[in-house]
Design a protein around this ligand. Structure first.
Ligand SMILES: NC(=O)C1=CN([C@@H]2O[C@H](COP(=O)(O)OP(=O)(O)OC[C@H]3O[C@@H](n4cnc5c(N)ncnc54)[C@H](OP(=O)(O)O)[C@@H]3O)[C@@H](O)[C@H]2O)C=CC1
Ligand SMILES: CC(=O)[C@@H](O)[C@H](O)COP(=O)(O)O
Ligand SMILES: [Mn+2]
Length: 399
């Protein structure tokens, strides 16, 4: 009899976390491989975390919010499960012996646990793109030296991963990332100043957490993904293009030196790239939504508008600057996106905060060394976040 595969889900209460557990239930229900959940972690949504613990019976359940320990303990009092709280406890959960860790915490808050999991030899299914942006080369090296494997979960990178000639990278001419263009693809710049958080999180194709939805609306998401692709596939900025594809059916493409272009397609549902990460190099059967190309009728493409979406150009600038610049881009963007969600910053000022923070953080060059990359990236993150907060406050005072 085959042993159940052990899975840890970091950020289980979020959009990717919920999709992961939903998919696992669908695979099991269809007679596929059984799963044993080692650890589940969340933060503020203790009620959902407790429901998940009841369904999956993990060995340990953790809230990152240290103030919610007693609430979580009470919610799972009838279960045989260890309970812990705080960000160190999340990191401890990430290194429990397991076969696969799904890293689905949002933002730089996911870096320490992704880094810890990367050192264990387990497969790292990485949704948390911010950790790759902050210290991608070192994170990859850490996974490799621990004997583990890094499988991207971000839909575009899953697409590239599936068609990329891993044993013949020199045959790749270009990576082409597709972008939906977000909810404001057709909004004139003159109307963008009044955009509200409610409008910004209403993504046309994907149901996602608030922060990544804002990133899609500013196209900072595609900027983060450009950096993520550069690190994951060792490809320089000059060989990564972005094309707007409003239907989100082609999830990205790889152009080969002989003129062939390979694409991965599917309905916009994160459970498919998650299934790919769980089963790779195999494939998991589950009742997946499938494409109906005749019903779709056609697919469309257009060039991104860098005037209305300057975050994309800023990300390329950060990628090309190298060193700590991508971590600065990430920290400033994250601080600005949350300030916008809190109604402390105007939509158009998100990219302005990123530009100004990149400008003010000087002398941050040099690659992080493999051993201390996580600590160094967290230091850069803290400095850049502080500067971004100042910029946000200055903009609020001037408004
Ligand atoms: N959603 C999507 O479809 C996609 C997401 N991604 C990436 O996946 C990651 C997760 O995104 P998404 O699921 O949308 O995000 P959500 O906001 O939906 O979920 C975030 C998760 O992280 C937890 N969390 C929040 N803050 C902290 C913290 N300080 N410490 C520890 N845990 C914390 C949340 O807990 P709680 O809710 O309990 O507070 C929740 O479990 C992001 O990096 C995103 O860019 C990539 C591609 C697609
Ligand atoms: C599902 C996923 O991977 C998101 O990153 C999604 O791609 C966002 O879409 P856009 O950033 O292209 O609008
Ligand atoms: Mn994506």
């Amino acid at each position: 009899m085959t042993r159940a595969r052990r899975i840890t889900v970091l950020g289980s209460t979020g959009s990717v976390g919920v999709s992961t557990l939903d998919l696992m239930a669908a695979i099991e229900a269809g007679g596929g491989e059984p799963f044993e959940v080692v650890a589940l972690t969340g933060a503020g949504n203790v009620r959902r975390l407790a429901e998940q613990a009841r369904r999956w019976r993990p060995r340990v359940v953790v809230t990152a919010d240290a103030d919610r320990l007693e609430e979580l303990r009470a919610a799972v009092a009838d279960l045989e499960v260890e309970v812990a709280a705080g960000s160190d406890a999340v990191v401890e959960a990430a290194v429990r012996p397991t076969d696969l860790v799904m890293a689905a915490i949002v933002g730089a808050a996911g870096l320490r646990s992704a880094w810890a999991a990367a050192g264990t030899g387990a497969t790292l299914a990485l949704a948390n793109k911010e950790s790759l942006v902050c210290c991608g080369p070192a994170l990859k090296a850490r996974v490799a030296s621990s004997g583990g494997r890094l499988i991207p979960v971000d839909s575009e990178h899953s697409a590239i991963f599936q068609v990329f000639p891993h044993d013949r990278p020199e045959t790749v001419e270009k990576i082409i990332l597709t972008a939906s263009g977000g909810p404001f693809r057709r909004t004139p710049r003159s109307a963008m100043g009044a955009i509200t958080p409610e409008q910004a999180v209403a993504h046309p194709n994907w149901s996602m957490g608030a922060k990544i939805s804002v990133d899609s609306a500013t196209m900072a998401n595609k900027g983060l993904e450009m950096i993520e692709a550069a690190y994951l596939f060792d490809t320089p900025s000059a060989r990564i293009d972005v094309v707007v594809h409003p239907e989100s059916i082609i999830h990205s493409l790889v152009e080969m030196i002989d003129g062939s272009t390979l694409a991965q397609m599917g309905p916009p549902d994160m459970r498919t790239p998650i299934a790919c990460a769980l089963a790779w190099p195999g494939r998991a059967a589950w009742p997946a939504p499938k494409l109906d190309l005749a019903a779709l009728g056609g697919l469309t493409f257009e060039a991104p508008d860098l005037e209305r979406f300057p975050a994309l150009a800023l990300a390329r600038q950060a990628l090309e600057a190298g060193g700590a610049a991508p971590a600065v881009f990430n920290a400033a963007n994250e601080a600005a996106a949350f300030a916008f969600l809190d109604r402390r910053l105007a939509f158009l000022n998100i990219a302005s905060v990123v530009a100004e923070t990149l400008e003010r953080v000087t002398g941050a060059g040099g690659q992080f060394s493999a051993e201390d990359a996580c600590r160094a990236a967290l230091q850069v993150d803290a400095v850049a976040r502080g500067i971004a907060s100042d910029v946000i406050a200055e903009m609020a005072a001037a408004a």
